[in-house]
Write a new protein. Structure first.
Length: 261
């Protein structure tokens, strides 16, 4: 019986960028950091605390994600901000995200720049993110990625692909299920005149790149058929399976790749 050849869901430049991205992260954090990372699942085992969409329970969720990503909690604060992102951009000296759909902000040394001797890093989350705990985990993971890469001095803020690399870091550290499943979300809308569904892209990497990155992550860790794959969304799961099949056949030699912007 004839079979169909394994086909990658990503372009060759995207594949090369992911492969080299893993090597870049290994140089920064060490290969063992990825191998030893616990794959965090959207289950009560990993998030046993009651969640009621309030800042208090969001803080508990934040602390769990921080622990899974092995981020020191000294000098790091969580803040919830309203959706007036343009106003925040004028007020805060360091931030990440775009003005139209910013989900979270990473702020550093804000108090020091106000003439105080205190230093802190702030992870600020858009208040609407509290309505969906899965999106909240994805947003927190991405912003804590900024704490690791930028706050730790491992990456320059001017690096052209620092935002996509921060998304890739969440895969590298075991939070990839959340960020991948949040990369493309369908939401239902209804008003007095119409109703329907809309598609919203979240994060900086598309679903197919997340699918390949997760397949690469599993291959690096020697996981041929990991049980965590069942938690991937339909689209990401499809991209993951085709990527895994391609990697099993071809491997993934690394050469210099152009940044994803």
């Amino acid at each position: 019986m004839l079979g169909f050849p394994a086909k990658l869901p990503v372009s060759e430049p995207e594949r090369l960028w992911v492969d080299e991205g893993f090597r870049r992260l290994e140089k920064m954090l060490g290969h063992r950091r990825m191998i030893d990372a616990e794959m965090v699942l959207p289950t009560a085992e990993y998030f046993p605390d009651h969640y009621d969409k309030t800042p208090v329970t969001a803080e508990k969720l934040f602390q769990r994600v921080r622990g899974y990503m092995r981020v020191d909690n000294r000098g790091i604060e969580l803040e919830i901000f309203a959706d007036e992102t343009e106003e925040l951009r004028q007020m805060l000296p360091h931030w990440s995200g775009n003005s139209s759909a910013c989900a979270g902000l990473y702020i550093r040394d804000h108090l020091e720049e106000q003439g105080r001797n205190e230093k802190r890093m702030v992870v600020a989350i858009r208040s609407t993110r509290l309505q969906d705990p899965l999106l909240l985990v994805a947003t927190v993971a991405h912003e804590l990625g900024h704490v690791i890469l930028l706050g730790g001095g491992l990456m320059n803020p001017s690096t052209p692909d620092q935002e996509p690399m921060t998304d890739l870091l969440t895969v590298f550290l075991g939070l990839g299920i959340f960020t991948a499943n949040s990369a493309g979300r369908f939401t239902q809308f209804q008003d007095n005149r119409r109703q329907g569904w809309s598609m919203q892209r979240l994060g900086y990497l598309p679903e197919q790149v997340f699918g390949y990155a997760l397949a690469r992550f599993g291959r690096e860790r020697g996981e041929e058929k990991p049980s965590w794959a069942k938690h991937l969304s339909t689209n990401v799961g499809t991209y993951y399976k085709s990527s895994s099949a391609w990697l099993a056949k071809h491997g993934a030699p690394v050469i210099n790749a152009k940044p994803i912007k």
